[in-house]
Design a protein around this ligand. Structure first.
Ligand SMILES: [Zn+2]
Length: 273
C-alpha cells in the first residue's frame, strides 16, 4: 500500500502491530512535521510495521489548515456528504487514507494550535486510555467520536483499532515539539514497535466531551475562552445571529471560536470525571 504523502514505512525484523503516525492532518500545524524531520533518524523499528504519513500533503505545502474542507471531518460514510463536499480535495484524500486507517492497529495523529496559551491535551476514547496514560499530557478528553464524527481517530476506532489524537500546544513552542516526540516514543514502546522506557504516568484529568454547539446563522463569542476554562450553566457565551447563546450546563469549554456560517462547530462543553 503506497499512498501519496507517505514519509516512510519502517518494518521491524520481527512481527508486530501495524501502526500509523500521521502529521499535518491540518496543513498549518507545523509541530508534527518539524518534530519528525528533526528526530526521524533516532527511530529504529524493531517489531511490526510503522507508516509515517502526511495527512494533508497539499495543505502542508501551502501552509494552510485545509484546501477545501476540514480533512478531520471527512471520514464519515461516503453517502453522508453533499455532492459539493465529495468534490473537495479533502474528501478524495480521506478515501485514499481509509484503507490504511482501517487496517492499522493504532493511529497517532499529531496536531498543534495557532493559539499561544493553548492547553495541550489528548483526544481518544476509553479503549485507548491504557495507551496514553504515560503520555506527557495532563488532560485526556473523550466523547469526540459521538459529538464530532468523521475524524481520523474515530475512523480507526470504528474499524477496531486505537485512534489517538494529540493536541500538542502552540505550533512554534519547542515544548509542543518535545511533547509530540515523547508521546510518539511512548506510543511506539507501548505498542511493541520499539524497546525503551515509558514516561512516568501522571495524573491526567479526564474530560467527557459531550456537548457540541453548532451555529444556526453565525456565531460571535462574547469574550475569549481558553480551552478547558470553567463555565457555569447560563453563562453568556456568544451571539448566534441575534440570539444570545448561554452555557447549557456547568463544565469546561473547549474549542470556542467565532464562526461565520451556519452548521459550524462553535464550542464544546465537557464534564470532568
Ligand atoms: Zn489540528
Amino acid at each position: 500500500m503506497n499512498i501519496p504523502g507517505t514519509i516512510s514505512v519502517m518494518t521491524g525484523l520481527s512481527t508486530g502491530k501495524r501502526l500509523v503516525v500521521m502529521v499535518g492532518t491540518h496543513g498549518n500545524e507545523t509541530c508534527g512535521p518539524l518534530m519528525l524531520r528533526e528526530r526521524f533518524s533516532e527511530i529504529q523499528i524493531q517489531r511490526g510495521e510503522v507508516i509515517f504519513i502526511e495527512g494533508n500533503p497539499r495543505a502542508i505545502e501551502e501552509n494552510v489548515r485545509y484546501i477545501d474542507e476540514n480533512l478531520n471531518r471527512m471520514f464519515r460514510a461516503v453517502d453522508s456528504y453533499s455532492a459539493k463536499e465529495r468534490e473537495s480535495y479533502e474528501f478524495k484524500r480521506a478515501q485514499e487514507l481509509k484503507p490504511l486507517l482501517s487496517s492499522c492497529d493504532a493511529l497517532l495523529d499529531i496536531h498543534s494550535s495557532g493559539t499561544k496559551d493553548t492547553v495541550p491535551f489528548v483526544i481518544c476514547e476509553q479503549n485507548s486510555f491504557e495507551i496514553v496514560k504515560e503520555f506527557p499530557f495532563e488532560i485526556v478528553s473523550y466523547g469526540f467520536d459521538q459529538i464530532e464524527p468523521g475524524g481520523t481517530d474515530t475512523y480507526v476506532n470504528e474499524n477496531g483499532g486505537n485512534g489517538i489524537c494529540i493536541e500538542c500546544g502552540y505550533h512554534y513552542d519547542p515544548k509542543a515539539k518535545d511533547r509530540s516526540w515523547e508521546s510518539l516514543k511512548d506510543f511506539l514502546i507501548i505498542n511493541g514497535a520499539i524497546d525503551g522506557e515509558l514516561n512516568t504516568p501522571r495524573d491526567q484529568m479526564v474530560v467527557n466531551s459531550n456537548y457540541l454547539y453548532k451555529t444556526k446563522v453565525n456565531f460571535r463569542l462574547h469574550k475569549y475562552f481558553a480551552d478547558f476554562e470553567e463555565i457555569r450553566e447560563g453563562d453568556f457565551i456568544g451571539t448566534d445571529g441575534n440570539e444570545k447563546i448561554h452555557a447549557p450546563k456547568d463544565g469546561l469549554i473547549i474549542f470556542a471560536r467565532n464562526r461565520e456560517d451556519s452548521g459550524e462547530e462553535a464550542f464544546i462543553v465537557g464534564d470532568v470525571e
